[in-house]
Design a protein around this ligand. Structure first.
Ligand SMILES: Cc1cc2nc3c(=O)[nH]c(=O)nc-3n(C[C@H](O)[C@H](O)[C@H](O)COP(=O)(O)OP(=O)(O)OC[C@H]3O[C@@H](n4cnc5c(N)ncnc54)[C@H](O)[C@@H]3O)c2cc1C
Length: 324
């Protein structure tokens, strides 16, 4: 019997698709163990809309920790709410999708719960009353099979590995959790957020990503060729670390082992060699298309479609052909 608490992720009320994959993981565990159920926990301020969006995911309840004191994801406050809720609901598993949000928050909740913490889970199967997990290690080069000790376990799961639950007819009830903001940890205070307004989708949510590498010589070329192709396709933009390190692209665009992990339907690798650390972030993509002037570039070993060409010639030509 498992009692699962799924932490849903949202950005000021906008649900992240990966939250549904975490619910899909919970549904898979419940399907394999009698008397099991899962709740979904939303933390933030003004949660009516995202809570509504989660009610057809098969959860026993959608729990909301709704307070202006939780408007920003301060890790110490969120971890404390997760730990309190997990204790109150007798949760045996606390689950979130792999993301920078969960990387920051879930290990703290695990520490408060004295629970084991496992990241990047890609599969789960029952083993008697317990569970056996498979997780990615060493930039995707090793898949470890792991069993966790302890009454409570905390996990992050790769969103590409678990399908969202099929929408249910029945609506889960929404339960507002009683909160005393004065009891929340006050060690960190939110000062400000700097975001670059963009009309492009976020790479972790996009169906198509156009990603550029060292072949792009400067920020203007990157915007013209990678941004331009992305806009023609309605795609998100990504970057290799080589461009981030040279200051051409911001860190928020980096795909890879130390950047974002993505799994779109289509990934355009433009002037990217295909270093193992880059591929660790995008190899779950359904279709990979690569443009590189070096026919020996490792990216061609994983690409479904490859074009040996200079990006400065091929991308404008592609854009012209794709433009309606
Ligand atoms: C601990 C660690 C973590 C790392 N994490 C990440 C990570 O998260 N993400 C990441 O991306 N990297 C990461 N790296 C760096 C990684 O090892 C590579 O250095 C990096 O991915 C290389 O980026 P690149 O492919 O853009 O550049 P390069 O490897 O230099 O490749 C550039 C490619 O462009 C091609 N090219 C050049 N000019 C043209 C042209 N005009 N037209 C067509 N093709 C052209 C070249 O043939 C070459 O294949 C990490 C490294 C370490 C050690």
């Amino acid at each position: 019997m498992h009692r699962i608490l799924v932490l849903a992720e949202h950005d000021h009320g906008q649900l992240k698709l990966a939250s549904f994959a975490a619910a899909g993981f919970a549904q898979k565990v419940c399907a394999g163990a009698a008397d099991s159920s899962f709740d979904i926990l939303l933390i933030g301020s003004g949660l009516a809309a995202p809570a509504e969006g989660l009610r057809r995911s098969g959860a026993a309840a959608v729990l909301t920790a709704d307070s202006p004191a939780l408007a920003e994801p301060l890790a110490d406050r969120y971890a404390s709410v997760i730990a309190d809720t997990a204790r109150a609901r007798d949760a045996t598993l606390v689950v979130a999708a792999t993301s920078t949000f969960s990387k920051d928050i879930l290990p703290r909740a695990a520490a408060l719960l004295d629970a084991g913490m496992l990241s990047d889970v890609i599969d789960v199967r029952p083993e008697g009353a317990d569970l056996i997990f498979r997780r990615v290690m060493f930039a995707g080069n090793v898949i470890a099979t792991v069993q966790l000790d302890g009454a409570v376990k905390c996990l992050t799961v790769r969103s590409a590995a678990f399908a969202a639950p099929a929408p249910t007819d029945a609506l889960s009830p929404v339960e507002a959790l009683a909160l005393d903001p004065a009891q929340l940890p006050q060690f960190a205070e939110f000062i400000s957020r700097e975001t670059k307004a963009s009309t492009r989708p976020d790479a972790t949510e996009a169906r198509i990503i156009v990603s550029g590498g060292r072949a792009l010589k400067n920020a203007a070329d990157f915007e013209r060729l990678i941004g331009g192709l992305a806009d023609v396709l309605g795609a998100a933009v990504g970057s290799s670390r080589a461009l981030v390190d040279s200051g051409i692209t911001p860190n928020s665009l980096q795909i890879g082992q130390t950047g974002k992990i993505v799994a779109p339907d289509l990934y355009f690798a433009v002037g990217i060699s295909g270093a193992i650390q880059h591929m660790a972030g995008m190899k779950d993509t359904k279709v990979i298309a690569a443009i590189n002037k070096d026919p020996e570039a490792p990216i061609f070993e994983v690409a479904d479609y490859g074009l040996v060409a200079d990006v400065y010639e091929a991308v404008p030509e592609l854009m012209a052909k794709l433009k309606p």
